[in-house]
Design a binder for this molecule. Structure first.
Ligand SMILES: O=C(O)CCC(=O)CC(=O)O
Length: 262
C-alpha cells in the first residue's frame, strides 16, 4: 500500500497514468476516500499522471487525534507531491478537498498549475455546526451521519435510481474512523478562506451542483467573484457531483485542463 509519512502520519495514495504527463492531484470530501475519484481517474489517466490520496482521518490514511487544521491537510498534500518529486500539479478538490485545494493555491501558489474547486466554498458551514457534529460523532459514532448521507450528497431521484452506489458510500462513511472524521469537522469549523481567495492567481474552474444543499451555486459564484481568472460550471447534481454525474464532471474538468485561455 503506497503511503507517505509526515510527522508520524501516514497518507495513503494511489497513482494512475504516465508520470511524465502533467500531474492531476485529487483531494476527497469529508467522509469519503480516494475511491470517490474512480470515474475521473478512469477518464483522465490517459492524459494526466493522476494522484489521489485519502485525507488524514479518512480511508487508509492515519487518524491521529484531532483537532486538525486546513494547514495540516494542505501540508499533507505538499508532502505527497514532494514524495513523488512533483514540482507543480493541477489540483482538484471537492468540498473539504476543495478547501484544501484553496489553501494550496493561497499558500503554495508555485505548486499549483490550474485549480478546480468542486462543490465547495471559502467558508463551508458554520463553526457551531461543525463543532456539534464533531462532538456527536465522538460520542455516538458515525451511524447517524452515514444514515442521512445520501440526502446531503445526492439528489433524491439519483439516490433512488443508484441505491447500491449510495449505500456503498454510506457504508464506507459508517466504517471511517470517528476521531479522524471529527478532527476534520474541527478543521472545517475554523477554516475561513474568504479573506484569502482574492490572492488565488491560478486559472480556476469552480464546479457547483444546482441541487447541492451543502455548498450552493451562490457559494460557487462567490468563489468566482473573488478569484481573478475563474469560470463556473453548474452541473445538474447535488453535493458529490463527480459521483452523481461523472460524465459531465469529467468532461468539464478535461475541457478546463486542456483550455489554453480562460
Ligand atoms: O463534504 C464535505 O467535505 C463537507 C460537507 C459535508 O460534510 C457534507 C455532509 O454533510 O456530509
Amino acid at each position: 500500500m503506497p503511503v507517505v509519512h509526515l510527522d508520524g502520519v501516514a497518507i495513503h495514495f494511489e497513482t494512475a497514468g504516465d508520470r511524465r504527463r502533467p500531474c492531476l492531484l485529487l483531494s476527497n470530501s469529508l467522509g469519503t476516500d480516494l475511491s470517490m475519484w474512480d470515474a475521473q481517474t478512469d477518464a483522465l489517466a490517459s492524459a494526466y499522471f493522476v494522484v489521489r490520496y485519502d485525507t488524514r482521518g479518512h480511508g487508509r490514511s492515519s487518524s491521529p487525534p484531532g483537532p486538525y487544521t486546513v494547514a495540516q491537510l494542505g501540508g499533507d498534500a505538499l508532502a505527497l507531491l514532494d514524495h513523488l518529486d512533483i514540482e507543480r500539479a493541477h489540483v482538484c478538490g471537492l468540498s473539504m478537498g476543495g478547501v484544501t485545494a484553496q489553501w494550496l493555491a493561497v499558500h503554495a501558489p508555485h505548486r499549483v498549475l490550474k485549480l478546480v474547486l468542486a462543490n465547495t466554498a471559502a467558508r463551508v458551514g458554520t463553526r457551531d455546526g461543525w463543532m456539534d457534529r464533531a462532538a456527536s460523532v465522538r460520542s455516538g459514532g458515525l451511524d447517524a451521519i452515514a444514515e442521512s448521507s445520501a440526502s446531503r450528497w445526492f439528489t433524491a431521484g439519483w439516490a433512488a435510481a443508484n441505491a447500491a452506489i449510495a449505500a456503498r458510500m454510506a457504508d464506507k462513511l459508517r466504517r471511517q474512523d470517528a476521531e479522524g472524521y471529527a478532527a476534520c469537522c474541527e478543521a472545517l469549523a475554523v477554516a475561513d478562506l474568504r479573506g484569502d481567495t482574492t490572492r488565488i492567481a491560478a486559472p480556476t474552474l469552480v464546479i457547483a451542483g444546482r441541487h447541492d444543499p451543502v455548498t450552493t451555486v451562490a457559494d460557487g459564484e462567490a468563489l468566482c467573484s473573488a478569484i481573478g481568472q475563474s469560470q463556473l460550471a453548474v452541473l445538474e447534481a447535488s453535493h458529490i457531483s463527480n459521483v452523481e454525474d461523472p460524465a459531465s464532471f469529467s468532461a468539464v474538468l478535461r475541457k478546463f485542463l486542456t483550455q489554453r485561455k480562460l
